[in-house]
Design a protein around this ligand. Structure first.
Ligand code: PTJ
Length: 243
């Protein structure tokens, strides 16, 4: 039992949930390691949504609402940490949700689908085909889902698939606390923020964009600028860390 007044309460609850989901076969052991890397970067950015991440989240909202066919691609970590946030974002954006895994087994796809559905997410189902130009099973996706999408939101992505999706001509938005990762540098738009802060930020953006704001945000999108801003924010945070 984690006491509510523990100074690291949120972090400990997230770890507890991931560990439980790992025991249930939703999250992989590799996913636990990936979360640890994310936590380390979250310390560096000060465990808050930085100004550049807030702009990135609003831009993501604009892109999701302007897409012909937007799909949110969900993996084990995302389902474990943010099933309610995915449901809320799907409601306001109308995006499809597809389960796509790095460590793919049909059993995991089914477990993650059921977990998402129990939180109110409508998950695409069907027969996956090898449509993404990759040699591993992350190539498998649904022809009417990721296969047809013009825009993908892929939280906690791996760099290979991000690059392959770009080669297919798709626009890729990612959420990644590491601004130096290959994914962060390959995506069209990277939100350098923790998943459970970034998703509600996108959802809020979807219901509060002013007239003309979406065009302005999309027109001025510069991911390299946003990544440099994230690194500057880390540097600034570190310079006050021990005060
Ligand atoms: O469920 P599967 O089989 O699809 O596997 C999912 C993982 C996450 C294991 C897989 O996609 C993977 O190996 O990812 P990577 O290459 O480790 O990349 C994950 C990135 O997400 C890293 O750069 C982490 O810093 C970052 N990250 C981890 N946790 C969070 C995060 N970013 C935002 N919020 C988090 N909670």
């Amino acid at each position: 039992m984690i006491p509510k007044d523990h100074p690291r309460y949120r972090s400990l609850i997230a770890r507890e949930r991931l560990a439980r989901c790992a025991r249930e076969g939703v999250v992989t052991l590799e996913g636990l390691a990936a979360h640890g890397r994310g936590e380390a970067f979250d310390y560096l950015i000060g465990e808050r949504t930085t100004p550049s991440a807030a702009v990135a989240a609003r831009t993501a909202a604009a892109m999701l609402l302007s897409a012909r066919h937007a799909v949110i691609s969900v993996n084990g970590n995302t389902a474990a940490l943010a099933a309610d946030d995915i449901a809320a974002l799907q409601r306001v954006s109308g995006a499809d949700v597809e389960v796509n895994l790095f460590h793919r087994t049909e059993d995991r796809v089914e477990r993650i689908t059921r977990l998402l559905e129990s939180h109110g997410v409508r998950v695409l189902r069907g027969t996956a085909e090898r449509l993404i130009p990759l040699s591993h099973d992350r190539a498998l996706c649904l022809p009417g889902g990721i296969g047809d999408a013009d825009l993908l939101l892929v939280p906690l992505e791996d760099g290979d698939r991000c690059a392959a999706l770009r080669r297919m001509g798709k626009t890729v938005i990612t959420i990644d606390l590491n601004p130096l990762s290959r994914t962060a540098r390959t995506a069209n738009l990277t939100i350098v923020d923790e998943l459970t802060r970034a998703l509600p930020g996108i959802t809020a953006g979807c219901s509060s964009l002013e007239p003309g704001e979406a065009e302005r945000l999309i027109g001025s999108l510069d991911n390299a600028y946003l990544l440099r801003a994230a690194i500057d924010e880390i540097r600034e945070n570190l310079s006050h860390a021990l005060e």
